[in-house]
Design a protein around this ligand. Structure first.
Ligand code: OOG
Ligand code: NI
Length: 463
């Protein structure tokens, strides 16, 4: 009997989720179509260079999604479901601090971690968890109501979780079980038709629209799915030309003449969708909620800790200059800052240790009898090795906060006189019973493995 391996389950899940979301949110389909057109045009214009950061088949199929849950228990269940798909928690993002308005969540991203698995299907899901214990957002009374509400709901049917555990243990599922698993998993992220308790939802909405979206309903849903595009500036123009109103910026690094690094993202605002609402007298009326939106992203080279520190520092400089020149374009300011303070070529990023690469022996360097130098910079400069960029597979907290924020209707409330509850990657690991991995360590491992290999080939090791 045929079976589906974990990566096949992941690819099938991503494809079905995309199909479901396209039916529920038609503007998403437009975004996917325009992304595909842009990618085809870029490929035609730039040829092989366009696929330096991922094959066209990977990029065309590539999506990330976002979900939001209420408790460590629910997050632990999410980890079981995504674990079955070969997706592991990577990175810790604290969005309570990253935004001017209230976003009471901490997050991680579930994704494949091995190069081979990423190449097969890189599907990832940005997953946020509400923080009811944070007194800056919730007072004691609301916290206990919210926790009781969350404890009483069931997001994932036991059958789904049992199938997930089986797929993890056996690393595959037989056809029939796979079908059932995929059906239940996609169903768990559909928008529920169950009427929303209007006054409870509004109580939470006064704190934060995100709190209401998570804790105001008895189910969860995918709130966006994001295709990957090779030229996000061009995509932004084409979507605007089609009359789709995008948020006013592209988050992340500016458009500049140097290599693409990290992640650039933009989105269109959540659309009002009809939802049944239960009123305090028990009646059901029709209302509307804005919870689901569309986002698109362009991915660049992963930065090392030093490179990332530089990125964060440049963001600060751009903020400062933008606040001094409110009439100037932030994009122009950012471009100038970047061109001044960041190396403009891959070669320099590599030599300065600012970005991650895999290193490969240059196949056609003539054997001139000389000994190769030992440093990576010299090996590159003298043409002994070439560097292939490692693509950034993760997220950026400030961009994520920007994406959340652009979809909030009100600023919400946050009491800054209170001390926030401390959460970090260790806390999250303990809460979900599995390690939250460090993205830098994953990229470094990949880079180091290639360096060890090339050193061996060039006879630079003792062996
Ligand atoms: C998640 C927002 C963050 C991204 O791409 O940075 C995100 C959410 O709205 O739940 O998806
Ligand atoms: Ni996103």
């Amino acid at each position: 009997m045929s079976t589906l391996s974990q990566w096949q389950l992941r690819a099938a899940f991503a494809a079905r989720l995309s199909e479901m979301y396209g039916q529920e949110v038609p503007a998403y389909t437009t975004l996917v179509d325009v992304s595909r057109e842009v990618n085809e045009d870029v490929l035609r214009a730039r040829g092989a260079d366009a696929t330096r950061l991922g094959s066209i088949s990977r990029v065309t199929a590539e999506r990330h999604g976002a979900i939001r849950v209420g408790t460590p228990r629910e997050l632990g269940q999410v980890a079981r479901i995504f674990g079955a798909l070969g997706m592991h928690p990577v990175g810790f993002y604290d969005l309570r601090e990253a935004a001017a308005s209230a976003v009471p969540v901490v997050s991680t991203a579930f994704r494949p971690v091995d190069g081979e698995e990423l190449a097969r299907n890189p599907f990832r899901v940005f997953t946020s968890m509400l923080t009811p214990a944070d007194p800056r957002f919730f007072d004691a009374e609301l916290r206990s109501r919210l926790e009781a509400f969350l404890a009483d709901r069931e997001l994932f049917p036991p059958e789904l979780l049992a199938l997930a555990d089986r797929a993890t243990a056996e690393r595959e599922l037989p056809q029939e079980e796979a079908e059932r698993f995929l059906h239940l998993a996609v169903g768990a992220f559909e928008l529920s038709a169950e009427p929303v308790d209007k006054s409870w939802y509004e109580t939470l909405e006064r704190i934060s629209a995100v709190a209401a979206d998570i804790g105001g309903v008895r189910s969860t849903h995918i709130n966006h799915l994001t295709p990957r595009v090779l030229d996000i500036d061009e995509l932004y123009r084409r979507m605007t030309d089609r009359g789709i109103e995008m948020i006013d910026t592209i988050q992340g690094p500016p458009a500049w003449q140097g290599p693409d690094v990290l992640l650039r993202q933009t989105s269109f605002r959540a659309l009002a969708e009809p939802r049944a609402m239960r009123t305090p007298d028990g009646g059901v009326i029709s209302g509307a909620l804005r919870v689901r939106f569309g986002e698109v992203e362009a991915r660049g080279i992963a930065l090392t800790r030093e490179g990332r520190a530089r990125y964060d520092e440049l963001l600060g400089r751009v903020d400062e200059q933008a606040s001094q020149n409110p009439s100037a374009s932030r994009g122009e300011i950012a471009r100038a800052v970047w061109e001044r303070h960041l190396p403009g070529s891959e070669q320099e990023l590599a030599a300065k240790g600012l970005a991650y690469f895999t290193y490969h022996r240059h196949p056609d360097r003539p054997r001139d009898g000389g000994r190769p130098p030992t440093g990576v910079g010299e090996l590159l400069r003298q043409g002994w090795v070439r560097a292939e960029p490692i693509v950034y597979e993760d997220f950026l907290p400030r961009s994520a906060a920007g994406i959340f924020q652009s979809n909030l209707s009100g600023a919400g409330t946050r009491h800054c006189d209170q001390q926030g509850t401390a959460y970090d990657a260790d806390w999250l690991s303990g809460a979900i019973g599995r390690d939250v991995l460090d993205p830098f360590a994953l990229y470094a491992r990949q880079q180091n493995a290639s360096l060890a290999h090339v050193a061996h080939e060039l006879g630079l090791t003792g062996t």
